[in-house]
Design a protein around this ligand. Structure first.
Ligand code: GLA
Length: 723
């Protein structure tokens, strides 16, 4: 709920648990008076920094020093939008270069309106829902017809705040946005650690935790996509907080391109956060009469530790972000051809794959890379999205899947082009290059310049022809390189600073056209594994391939950390050939993700197939209710413990699944694991020992894990069901 307290000139965003207070001061600046747990009452005059030299300004026309009437501390007070090229040196989220070359921007309050819901952003993925309210401030630059709409949304049923800016140019001239971030948040304390998720291919999202220090700390990507190297999900943890206690503030961005999270702490030990599109090589020409909308930044507030923050993000993503209409319905168990055969297959071998895959209980067969153009190796094919009829009869393959009652899915990498492809020969200008003769390649491929609408249309038409001709239920959308040089042959010199963002908009425009026209098809995001695992992609794709690493030893770290910011229901996780566990254990591990299989099915023994069939039954019985729609608790991190333990509890607390894996061998010594989220008064049957105990026993004494020796990578599933 949002209320305007006219007496105090304060906008109060309050959902009964969290409170955000914005004071419109007498100079027209928006001061952030408070953000945190709800409090009973407040007096704005007692809650602001005031007085001192920072509260005066020299009036040139009046030839004297003027004091701000209510003692506004210009440049030190926490505010919603810092001025730029003026007193405030903390770093404004918006930098706008005017027609006369001046960088000064000083936005002053004009008006505000409060409404139910959240504004839909035309060509950007964004949050939706009626379970929230928004305050939209209109601000005007002191001396020019340049406006900012500053929106802040609070959700009723989850502790989520959303912010974004829209810049409107009515100056009569073009201006250049050299920074257009989505939000600013000033907090009065430095006593946090900054947690972010660094990595690389097959090692995405290692959790890095550093103390917030004096000066600047930044997390970001300048690789054209959100990247494997960093993720847009970051959080601040108060120093004494843990998994289920203490203050944690999480941040994310509904965006898939370059981003920058910047934290500056000043000599008063206050912190100043700006977050949004990375400003490196960013210059956006905003013509007179045009507006620029920044992506939405999501803030999750918790005073119940890291898991409290996660629960906000999880429910937000499931209820207010994903737009795939059939997300709540049963999702078929997926088999993917990639790891089993890569690009080396024939029609016969693929038919045999389908036969064998069917014996494992899978319900959706996905033909990965290699079916199109001259794609017998990775030097060719990308850009030529027509079936390689010499290699494959796709109708026959799909019919074959249907005979087993399986659905059919296929792989695309729409934003890429091989220099040997027919598309490149016909349209070399579609490739993104350097401005000289050289363009770096990765995996022998170039990027298509998705800032060029013609190129996007070309790929759209090719994909549409395939989707219209064949019965396709699922599309895996891949992206296997980074942006290095970023020169567009389609834009003139003034607009080259727009390429990165326009490429991201091109990605969204293609995805949004296809997902709207084919609402039943489920799209799964992918980028060399999890290099574009972000909220922008999730808006269109209800699941994303989390990593090319399927070995549970390493994947456990990736999945554990990813699930701090994203629900298990969207984390593509498959059983593969990895030798460290048997199929029973590997499949239990994969159950705590989307669940699917990816191996050469011809090599599976009867015993392996039996194990996979057993886990398919568990999937059908529990996955939707307990894992996809349940609440996730992180119990032990494989980064810091010998254990990887996660627990899911369904909404009515009648069932809980606990996944336990140890990394090294464990002796049968005393070890108790306290569970969470159960009903203390209900009795639960334990599938591992057949005993029945109250929920409060499991939460206070815990599961006794000291009964047996455990070999390295032993993986078990404990199921507690109400009796
Ligand atoms: C990427 C993906 C894999 C697979 C290959 C195909 O690496 O992450 O899952 O689809 O591309 O080339």
């Amino acid at each position: 709920m949002i209320i305007f307290d006219e007496k105090q000139n304060v906008i109060r965003l309050d959902n009964g648990r969290i409170l955000y207070l914005i004071y419109i001061n007498s100079e027209g600046y928006l001061e952030t008076v408070y953000f945190g747990e709800s409090i009973k009452d407040f007096d704005v005059s007692l809650s602001r920094p005031t007085g001192g030299e920072e509260s005066t300004i020299y009036s040139i026309s009046g030839n004297r020093e003027v004091e701000y009437p209510d003692g506004y501390k210009y440049g030190l007070a926490p505010v919603e939008l810092s001025v730029h090229a003026s007193r405030d040196k903390r770093g404004a989220p918006l930098i706008i270069k005017r027609e006369n070359g001046s960088y000064v921007t000083d936005f002053i309050y004009v008006s505000h309106k409060i409404y139910k819901g959240i504004k839909n952003l035309d060509n950007l993925p964004c949050a939706h829902g009626e379970n929230c309210s928004t305050v939209e401030f209109l601000l005007k630059e002191r001396t020019r017809e340049l406006y900012v709409k500053h929106r802040v949304t609070i959700f009723d049923d989850k502790d989520i705040i959303i912010k974004n800016f829209e810049i409107i140019n009515n100056t009569g001239k073009d201006v250049v946005l050299s920074r257009a971030m989505s939000m600013q948040l000033d907090l009065p304390s430095i006593d946090y650690t900054l947690n972010h998720f660094s990595g690389r291919w097959a090692q995405e999202r290692n959790r890095v935790e550093n103390k917030v220090l004096d000066g600047v700390q930044e997390v970001g990507s300048n690789r054209g996509i959100s990247s494997a190297e960093e993720n847009p999900f970051v959080f601040l943890k108060s120093e004494n907080a843990g998994l289920d206690y203490g203050e944690v503030i999480g941040f994310n961005l509904i965006y898939s391109g370059n981003f920058k999270f910047r934290l500056f702490s000043d000599y008063y030990k206050a912190i100043h956060i700006t977050y949004g599109i990375d400003d490196e090589d960013f210059d956006w020409v905003l013509e007179n009469g045009q507006s620029f909308i920044t992506p939405q930044a999501i803030i999750s507030y918790s005073n119940n530790g890291i898991d409290g923050m996660s629960h906000n993000f999880h429910s937000f993503i499931k209820e207010n972000l994903i737009t795939y209409r059939f997300d709540k319905e049963y999702k078929p168990i997926l088999f993917n051809s990639w790891e089993g055969c890569h690009l080396t297959f024939t029609m016969d071998s693929m038919l045999a794959y389908v036969d064998k895959a069917a014996e494992t209980g899978v319900e959706l067969f996905v033909l990965d890379d290699g079916w199109f153009g001259r794609r017998d190796d990775d030097f060719d094919g990308l850009g030529d999205w027509h079936v390689n009829n010499e290699k494959l009869n796709l109708h026959r393959l799909i019919d074959h899947c249907h005979k087993y009652g399986m659905k059919f899915g296929i792989w695309f990498e729409p934003e890429m082009i091989n220099y040997n492809s027919d598309l490149y020969k016909a349209h070399p200008e579609y490739a993104l290059t350097g401005d000289g003769d050289c363009a770096h390649i990765t995996r022998h491929q170039l990027l298509i310049d998705f800032s060029n609408p013609d190129a996007v249309d070309n790929i759209y038409n090719q994909m549409k022809a395939i989707i219209d001709e064949y019965e396709i239920d699922y599309i895996k959308w891949d992206y296997n390189r980074r942006v290095l040089e970023h020169f567009s042959n389609n834009l003139d010199g003034r607009h080259q600073g727009e390429v990165y963002h326009r490429m991201t908009l091109g990605y969204y425009s293609l995805l949004s056209r296809l997902t709207k026209e084919y609402p039943k098809i489920m799209f799964e995001g992918c980028a060399s594994g999890g290099a574009r695992f972000d909220m922008g992609t999730l808006y269109y794709c209800p699941q994303i391939w989390t990593s090319d690493e399927c070995n549970p030893a390493r994947r456990s770290i990736i999945n554990y950390n990813t699930s701090f910011g994203y629900p298990l229901s969207c984390m593509g996780t498959h059983v593969n050939v990895s030798k460290i566990m048997d199929y029973k254990q590997k499949s239990l591990f994969a159950l705590f993700g989307t669940y699917g299989l990816e191996m050469n099915p011809n090599l599976l023994t009867q015993e392996d197939k039996k194990a996979l069939l057993d886990t398919s039954e568990l999937y059908k019985k529990y996955h939707k209710d307990v894992i996809e729609n349940g609440t996730l608790y992180h119990l032990r991190s494989p980064e810091t413990d010998n254990w990887y333990i996660m627990q899911c509890v369904n909404a009515d607390k009648t069932c809980s699944l606990i996944l336990l894996m140890n990394l090294m061998r464990e002796q049968p010594h005393s070890r108790y694991l306290k569970l969470k989220g159960l009903n203390p008064d209900k009795k639960y049957l334990n599938n591992l020992n057949g005993c029945t105990y109250y929920g409060d026993y499991y939460m206070k004494i815990g599961v006794n894990l000291c009964e047996t020796w455990r070999n390295e990578f032993g993986c078990e599933l404990l199921i507690l069901e109400e009796v």
